[in-house]
Design a protein around this ligand. Structure first.
Ligand code: FAD
Length: 391
């Protein structure tokens, strides 16, 4: 192998996973993160078996499982509480070794940080240039500092400045950058333990979704997704949600009541709608949202970033050259990441975003008639991923 040092740009879930993977195969890695403090903020996140298996390969699966709660009961409902589909976490566990697990984002990020090699993470360091200075060397500039390496991993998120540098014409001058999905999401973790009755639910009304994930300490994360123009904000988001969801079945109003107003996060959902022509360029690999930012409807964005990280490390451990490893990484990851992104967009359009009463009635009937084994098979397409071995 003609390489052994890397700079990872971005210290999110994807970037930290990449550092851990590269360190495990013996590379020297530095990760630069532009944020100057790593706030333990954010709501909850669900990890499916594919993400958990990737974490196992990175050596942190057990710690993450211990800090998570298995999602065994729940499913998809109507605003009056009628069931459209039941989720069977035990069946998923039997099929792929794990149910969906719920964990606070802050806990996941902390566990990944704990597994980093000493001195690898530089915070308050914004990558502002990328240059191929030699066929085998790339240079990342961070203000006054330059970092030379055999490989750069661009894990700088949905707005990826690295992606804009590497693919300046993508996706075309008429549609620069990621596209707005048409939905905005508000979410929080409850202030105290609550009993939502089930572990994991999604409830679909016209152009709106309310969901919850049970967390290990009895608290729950909830999210509300609304069809709204980008940029629309509320003076009092919690009051607005109470108003919009007041007629929806309990525990939805109860989850809102158990939340501090200042805990509510509000983000518009964007996605990289036009697929990238490659996940690599020269000696740079794109990973996570930088490569395939997708809508959150399948809960797969971070799981795919974790898959990327393990696949990249495994390719670098086995291929004869960095270029060969990057070609393998692109061939393995691009079809999968882009297929999951398409499926997530489709799930959003048929689920939360559907607003016409006739279309909703047809969808609901189809869902009620779908046997639960067929629904589980559809989920397994995404969860049943087997990681390459790193040891
Ligand atoms: P990010 O987390 O965005 O990290 C990128 C990092 O790069 C940031 O820290 C940023 O500060 C840094 N950065 C950017 N530019 C620079 C620069 N020039 N120099 C240095 N640093 C830089 N996924 C799941 O698997 N399960 C879920 O349940 C789930 N729920 C979701 C719910 C919502 C509402 C949303 C929006 C997403 C959800 N996702 C979920 C998706 C998941 O959150 C993302 O896919 C994942 O966090 C992406 O991680 P990342 O490391 O690629 O990017």
């Amino acid at each position: 192998m003609d390489g052994s040092s890397a700079v990872v740009v971005g210290g999110g879930i994807g970037g930290l996973a990449a550092v851990i993977g590269l360190h495990r195969i013996g590379w020297q890695v530095t990760v630069v993160e532009r944020a100057s403090t790593l706030e333990d903020a954010g709501a909850g996140i669900s990890l499916a078996a594919n993400g958990l298996r990737a974490l196992d390969e990175l050596g942190v699966g057990e710690a993450v499982r211990n800090a998570s709660r298995g999602q065994y009961s729940g499913g998809t409902r109507t605003p009056r509480g009628g069931w459209l589909a039941r989720m069977d976490g035990s069946a998923l566990e039997r099929a792929v070794g794990a149910p969906i697990m719920g964990i606070p984002r802050s806990a996941l990020h902390r566990l990944l940080r704990d597994a980093l090699p000493a001195e690898a993470l530089r915070i308050g360091a914004e990558a502002d240039s990328l240059q191929q200075i030699h066929p085998g060397t790339v240079r990342v500039g961070c203000g006054d500092t330059v970092l030379d390496a055999d490989l750069v991993v661009a894990a700088d998120g949905i707005g990826s400045p690295m992606r804009s540098r590497l693919f300046p014409a993508h996706p075309g001058p008429a549609h620069p950058g990621p596209a707005y999905s048409g939905s905005t999401v508000l979410r929080a973790i409850t202030e105290h333990p609550v009993d939502p009755g089930t572990d994991f639910e999604l409830t679909w009304g016209p152009g709106a979704e309310f969901g919850h994930i049970a967390l290990p300490d009895g608290q729950a994360e909830w999210h509300a997704v609304l069809n709204l123009p980008a940029g629309r904000r509320f003076a009092d988001p919690l009051a607005e949600l109470r108003r919009r969801f007041r007629t929806w079945y309990d525990p939805i109003p109860a989850l809102l009541d158990a939340t501090r107003p200042t805990a509510v996060l509000h983000h518009d959902v964007h996605e990289l709608r036009t697929p990238l022509p490659s996940y690599t360029a020269g000696r740079t690999a794109l990973l996570g949202d930088a490569a395939h930012a997708m809508t959150p409807n399948l809960g797969q964005g971070a799981c795919q970033a974790l898959e990327d990280a393990v696949t990249l490390a495994a390719a670098l451990a086995t291929a004869p050259t960095v270029q060969a490893a990057l070609a393998h990484y692109d061939a393995e990851r691009r079809p999968r990441g882009q297929a999951v992104a398409r499926a997530a967009r489709q799930a959003g359009r048929m689920g939360q975003q559907l607003s016409h009463p006739v279309a909703i009635a047809l969808r609901n009937t189809a869902m009620r008639l779908t046997p639960s084994r067929a629904a589980t098979r559809m989920i397994l397409r995404h969860h049943a991923w087997v990681p390459p071995r790193l040891d």
